[in-house]
Design a binder for this molecule. Structure first.
Ligand code: SAM
Ligand code: SF4
Length: 341
């Protein structure tokens, strides 16, 4: 019996480098009301709504995946709060907690958060990541094509409602690196966790260049001009390396300069049923019809999914740097808004 077969018997998806898969990110829509420079193309071509998996289908898939070892599901997009029914979906997912699911999270741009916050809390959402790339009104608009005010109100409302929040900030050279210090001060003042994210080559129009990345080293150099920065050495499967400033946690996700791929335990599904074993995977796996059959012919669909996913996940590449150095084998245009960050 091959080691792949043994693992399938244990019902936990694992890859060839021994990384067990515990986290699933589900993009429920590719649509978004923002146009972040580092994510959305100038002219996005949205997925047709009738091609999206229904929430019932997504629920059945989550049920299947929880029984294969998934402990944490993150709902993302596009902008997840733009898809009607998402709050109900989060409430439904709670029933998987008796099967091994430990946490349901969401990543949002925060624009509609104020109106949804109570519903999300009641639905049992465990925590929420909110993107905030600048505290400067004009710069925020330049980055997103939207106003900052609703986002700040959303953050405030989420805190008031007692939701656990983290703020995500993507940094781009000569654009918003001047926000590092203001955002750290703001996060300490408001007692919210902040994570800086290195700009990745996942922008909609393929304009990314290495020179645009503000690296972890550069972020630390700027921080240490103003603060004493202590490192927490236990990263585990957390993508962010953790630092402390005045005992306040600051994370840095440095996929480009210092990737966390070695411990990666994540899998991803996009809104129309394409499955990815890595954010940077050159090829996805279209499992839409099998997911749909989980509702109509569960046994047959589970059998097919076990075989297809087991094989695809097993062959997950070592990581970002390994993929970059491979010869080009597909023209997959990888954009963050389509797969979900
Ligand atoms: N619309 C929601 C939001 O913005 O939070 C959820 C989807 S968004 C694709 C998820 C995360 O990906 C956000 O934190 C966003 O900042 C991040 N992201 C998007 N494009 C990125 C890029 N090129 N490099 C690094 N992070 C990126
Ligand atoms: Fe929309 Fe999020 Fe992409 Fe910004 S990062 S364009 S908010 S999907």
């Amino acid at each position: 019996m091959t080691s792949l077969n043994v693992l399938q018997q244990l019902n936990i998806f694992k890859d060839q480098f021994g990384r067990e898969k515990r986290k699933l990110r589900i993009s429920v829509t590719d649509r978004c009301n923002f146009k972040c420079v580092y994510c959305m193309p100038e002219h996005p071509k949205w997925m047709a709504k009738h091609q999206l998996l229904s929430f019932e289908e997504l629920y059945q898939f989550c049920d299947f995946m929880v029984q294969r070892g998934i402990e944490h599901i993150r709902i993302t997009g596009g902008e997840p709060l733009m898809r009607q029914g998402v709050v109900h979906f989060i409430a439904q997912l709670q029933s998987l907690k008796k099967k091994g699911l430990k946490k349901v999270s969401m990543t949002t741009n925060g624009h509609y958060l104020k109106q949804y916050v109570k519903g999300l809390k009641q639905a049992g959402l465990d925590d929420i990541n909110i993107s905030l790339d600048s505290l400067d009104q004009d710069q925020f608009f330049q980055l997103t094509q939207r106003q900052i005010e609703p986002v700040l109100q959303g953050i405030h409302a989420a805190k008031e409602a007692g939701l656990k929040i983290k703020i995500n900030t993507v940094l781009i050279k000569n654009l918003n690196e001047n926000q590092i210090i203001p955002l750290v001060r703001w996060s300490i003042q408001h007692n919210v966790q902040l994570r800086f994210i290195e700009y990745m080559p996942l922008d909609g129009d393929g304009q990314w260049s290495h020179a645009d990345v503000v690296s972890e080293q550069e972020i630390l150099a700027i921080l240490s001009q103003f603060f004493v920065v202590n490192e927490d050495i236990q990263q585990g499967s957390n993508p962010a390396r953790q630092y402390f400033i005045q005992q306040h946690p600051i994370g840095i996700i440095s996929t480009i300069s210092h990737s966390f791929c070695k411990q990666c335990n994540r899998l991803r599904l996009n809104a129309q049923g394409e499955f990815f074993n890595c954010l940077f995977a050159k090829n996805g796996l279209n499992i839409k019809s099998d997911i749909q059959q989980l509702v109509t012919h569960p046994k047959k669909a589970q059998h097919r999914l076990d075989a297809q996913l087991g094989h695809y996940i097993w062959h997950k590449e070592r990581g970002y740097h390994a993929i970059q150095t491979k010869p080009i084998t597909s023209n997959r245009k990888i954009s963050m808004y389509q797969i979900g960050g």
